[in-house]
Design a protein around this ligand. Structure first.
Ligand code: NI
Length: 200
């Protein structure tokens, strides 16, 4: 009877521990698969001078990536202004970060339009556009939500898009998301924490 009970307990323990292990493993792999390694990826886009810029060209520096479009009425200009202010506050540390603004509206955001737009915020920000296929690829890699809405009158349209800043490491891997509804001070503080070994 005693042995029976200990056998039952042992079997129970194996089942419980096995269950916990399976759940933990699944959570870990989902976390690693979805949240970390799967964000970002290779891209080939065009900068304000009409030159091709790939993700590999920006390796060695952290990359702060934001997706939006120049006709955006509010969120994009607010975010880019905060980004420019944060970079300003970071001083020399900002040299270790490549700030990148990628359009989700390539048909209106030509290289020239992107160039003039980002220049109004900061000479540091690299504005990138591309073919619709190139933009679709990069927005998928970064899991950006994009939806165009055409207005009834005229040919104007707005583009809904998710608003997240992505900090990528010097090796191109995703490090962390940053909120966009913050002040330049808050954003600078977050960046200092995330850019390891930062010195200014
Ligand atoms: Ni926007």
């Amino acid at each position: 009877m005693k042995r029976w009970r200990s056998t039952l307990l042992a079997v129970g323990a194996v089942v419980v521990l096995g269950g916990i292990g399976a759940v933990a493993w699944r959570q870990l792999s989902e976390h690693a698969g979805n949240a970390l390694t799967a964000i970002g990826g290779p891209f080939s886009l065009t900068d304000g001078q009409g030159h091709t810029v790939t993700d590999r060209d920006l390796r060695g520096r952290y990359m702060l990536v934001y997706f939006g479009y120049t006709f955006c009425p509010d969120v994009c200009p607010t975010t880019l202004a905060a980004m420019a202010g944060a970079l300003e506050k970071l001083g020399k540390t900002a040299d270790r970060i490549a700030p990148v603004f990628i359009t989700v509206d390539p048909s209106r955001d030509t290289p020239k339009v992107m160039h003039d737009y980002v220049a109004a915020f900061s000479p540091r920000i690299i504005g990138l556009t591309g073919t619709p296929e190139q933009i679709t690829q990069v927005t998928r890699e970064y899991r950006v939500y994009v939806a165009s809405h055409r207005s009834r009158e005229g040919g104007n349209y707005t583009v809904d898009h998710s608003s997240i800043l992505y900090l990528m490491g010097p090796d191109g891997r995703f490090i962390a998301p940053l909120r966009t509804d913050t002040t330049a001070d808050q954003m600078a503080g977050e960046l200092v924490k995330l850019v390891s070994g930062a010195s200014s």
